[in-house]
Design a protein around this ligand. Structure first.
Ligand SMILES: [Zn+2]
Ligand SMILES: [Zn+2]
Length: 187
């Protein structure tokens, strides 16, 4: 969704869309599948009073824009221990202050630039919500997801799922790499 900030000067602009995204396109290696994303939000005009939002060169700032958005989707990830697929619902809110900067020469693709305070500097008159959504989906990837808190994982020897029962592998298992070294010493 492309937000025209000139339009926001006159009245708030909202969007509501269902976005189909591709795990591959997003480069989300740890996600198996991602469902359609419900993505909605609103941009309203606001007076920029925050000192950090003013431009560094001291020039008079343009009006600011307040963006509030919400996204919801379901993603399927692999359990960190047993690799079973786990479905996780995700919901997140986004709050940002958009500050319009003087138009600059764009060198190719320009990334979403956001500072620590949630202030995004926008080149020109339009703000594209797509990079923002992409960033949120990347933030939504869990670090070490588990199918359940007490998941017993896979047996390191035979690879069987320990959640489904015990295997016959012995506990006094030694790393095969050490076994190779031991064999070398014998020669
Ligand atoms: Zn598991
Ligand atoms: Zn085993």
């Amino acid at each position: 969704m492309l937000i025209h900030l000139d339009q926001v000067l006159r009245q708030p602009v909202s969007w509501q869309e269902t976005v189909r995204v591709s795990v591959d396109d997003l480069g989300l290696d740890d996600v198996l599948e991602i469902g359609p994303v419900t993505w909605s939000g609103k941009v309203t005009r606001t007076e920029v009073s925050h000192a950090d939002a003013a431009r560094a060169d001291g020039s008079r700032g343009e009006p600011g824009y307040y963006l509030r958005a919400h996204l919801e989707y379901e993603q399927t990830v692999a359990c960190h221990r047993c690799l079973a697929p786990v479905k996780l619902p995700v919901a997140a809110d986004v709050d940002l202050l958009l500050v319009r900067d003087a138009p600059q020469a764009l060198d190719g693709e320009h990334e979403l630039e956001e500072d620590d305070l949630g202030v995004v500097h926008v080149d020109g008159e339009t703000f594209d919500t797509a990079p923002l959504l992409r960033e949120q989906l990347q933030l939504g990837v869990p670090m070490k997801p588990l199918c359940r808190q007490d998941c017993r994982g896979l047996c390191p020897i035979c690879g069987s799922d320990r959640n489904r029962g015990e295997c016959d592998c012995k506990d006094d298992w030694t790393d095969p790499r050490w076994a190779v070294l031991a064999d070398l010493k014998k020669d």
